[in-house]
Ligand binder design. Sequence first.
Ligand SMILES: N[C@@H](CCC(=O)N[C@@H](CS)C(=O)NCC(=O)O)C(=O)O
Length: 215
Amino acid sequence: MEIYGAMLSPFMARVVLAARFKGIKHKVLMPKDGIKSPAFLKMNPLGKMPVVKDGSTVLFESAVIVEYLEAKYKRKRIVPSAAKAGAQARLIGAIFDEYAQAAILALFPHIDPAKRDQAVVDAKLAELSKALDIVEKMISAKPYAAGAKFTIADCYAVPALFFVVTFAPRFGVADPLGGRKKLAKYLAKARKDKLLGGVLTEMEIGLKQWESAKS
Ligand SMILES: N[C@@H](CCC(=O)N[C@@H](CS)C(=O)NCC(=O)O)C(=O)O
């Protein structure tokens, strides 16, 4: 399987986490001529990463890819089979994705303090804080997001938290997980976990490359 994209992308990281957990043989690669090249646009007309090529199957949209991996590679499950536990794992993932990560990504156009719309920044930081309060109540951290086992929730939680702790300080939130003990404990444990910690390190490397390309 080929997974196209850069590891700094939280959408990419969630797919790579699912693939690695399942032990799917894969290569992570950047499209040769970039994500807006005709060849890449043929795979994803939106020109966004990630894209997965699995034999003759080409897919984009990370949430769809993760569900595809779960449906096709059943040996190691990331969605608990019991209806309630499965929904709970997906729910934790959804809050991280649609509220916490979405709020932090919406801040990106305002990253330059000189060009910042402070009203938008304040509104997005309030959304982020609310989402973090919600996941603080939902997360298990024993040691994984939904309990003792790695699930789809971790595929969403870890890349989203990387973005939160990396970028919220640039908007004046010095300690975004401060006072949220379970989230802080979860991230600390994730850093020590072989799979989750490995992806966090790759995201860190991706961040450094992105920053040096900008400057
Ligand atoms: N909904 C998409 C979002 C993917 C996405 O926005 N990827 C970003 C990287 S984090 C991207 O490729 N951006 C390039 C662009 O929009 O031009 C998914 O879940 O795969």
